[in-house]
Design a binder for this molecule. Structure first.
Ligand code: NAD
Ligand code: G3P
Length: 333
């Protein structure tokens, strides 16, 4: 029987991932809030706003009707900005079939509650954690839409559910692995956006590859520290959702977080950088909720703290870098 998937969010990643699912043989319903864009997708067989020029496979049908998208879905894939999940999900939960697995593609932490996306899903949709999965990894949407080979991780407390979703999105160019470490996979995805902002800022300031490598390495150290405090498996951070995504995002000009940081490092104000960004740069908001999470768990995250001070407190990058470098000397851990 054909697997039916509802993808909620027709932005760049929702659309590129819908292509993966359709290429893997699924019947995909792609929801977006604007009827005009859904119509344009169906008539032009492209997504002119988010993936212009990319031909969409026949297995994708766009709609602005959430009930229609959810009908008979084996999987509901969520791909909207993290801070808008709660308000949207309230309207969708009654529409989803009782046994469908809900999969988050989002890489953020909720402001105010410091909850991971899968926690928000379980709470709002009132489903057990075994029915909530997460997919993450080095997956820049434009490269996936070009069908360049890439890998990812599907995390779910219920290993069978992870394996079923793995099969639903496995193609010759997209290789998903499975794990039960939901916490580690979600933290890897959310914190790498914050570190990508830091690397972007450094690049924008004209700093070099040593700085970039130091930020990536120490960024991974602080992500792992938080993960350990939250019960994650430390091996996850050496994997696709940890090191893999960190390297891709911190190296690529396609990354919105990296580019946002670069604009700040070149001297733009927060307002100017926001105005220059067309799509979602999750780290801009999630740096604060990640720091909140770290504080709640008594974990030190100096790079994240520095990013918050530059992005939200207006600290000049040069001053922030000096402060970061003048912290007391310590062993490498
Ligand atoms: N783009 C990527 O390469 C990529 C890869 C992996 C994960 N992600 C993650 O996927 C998530 C979505 O990112 P994206 O790249 O698709 O973003 P995007 O900016 O390209 O698209 C966002 C989508 O959400 C919709 N949206 C915005 N505000 C909304 C609201 N209030 N209610 C409902 N819909 C709303 C937009 O209309 C659009 O369809 C983020 O958490 C991001 O970190 C992105
Ligand atoms: O464009 P970014 O910075 O949101 O990064 C996109 C993906 O998360 C890379 O895996």
């Amino acid at each position: 029987m054909t697997t039916r998937v509802a993808v909620f969010g027709n932005g760049s990643w929702g659309t590129a991932f819908a292509m993966v699912l359709a290429d893997a043989g699924c019947e995909v319903s792609l929801w977006g809030r604007r009827a005009a864009l859904a119509d344009a997708i169906n008539s032009s067989r492209t997504n002119p706003d988010y993936l212009p020029g990319v031909a969409l496979p026949a297995g994708i049908t766009a709609t602005a009707d959430a009930a229609r998208a959810a009908e008979g879905a084996d999987f509901a894939v969520l791909c909207i900005p993290s801070q808008t999940l709660r308000e949207n999900l309230v309207g969708w939960t009654g529409l989803l079939p009782a046994q469908s697995v809900i999969v988050s593609l989002m890489k953020g932490v909720e402001l105010g509650t410091a909850k991971r996306m899968s926690e928000v899903v379980a709470e709002v949709a009132k489903v057990p954690e075994e029915r909530v999965a997460v997919l993450s990894g080095p997956n820049l949407s434009k490269e996936i839409a070009a069908r360049h080979p890439a890998a990812a991780v599907v995390a779910c407390r219920d290993e069978d559910a992870a394996v079923r979703f793995q099969a639903a999105c496995h193609t010759p160019y997209f290789r998903p692995y499975t794990t039960t470490d939901v916490v580690g996979v979600e933290l890897g995805g959310a914190v790498k956006n914050v570190i990508a902002l830091a690397v972007g800022i450094a690049n924008g300031m004209g700093l070099g590859d040593n700085t970039k490598a130091s930020l990536i390495t120490r960024g991974l150290a602080e992500t792992t520290r938080l993960g350990l405090a939250m019960g994650a498996d430390p091996h996850t951070f050496a994997g696709l959702a940890g090191m893999g995504d960190l390297v891709a995002t911190c190296s690529s000009p396609l990354s919105r977080n990296n580019t946002f940081g670069m604009n700040l490092g070149r001297g733009m104000t927060l307002q100017e950088a926001v105005a220059a960004t067309k799509q979602t740069a999750e780290g801009v908001k999630s740096c604060e909720s990640v720091l909140d999470l770290a504080t709640r768990h008594g974990v030190e995250m100096p790079i994240t703290e520095t990013v918050v001070s530059i992005v939200h407190e207006g600290k000049p990058p040069l001053v922030a870098v000096k402060e970061l470098m003048s912290r007391s000397a310590k062993p490498e851990r």
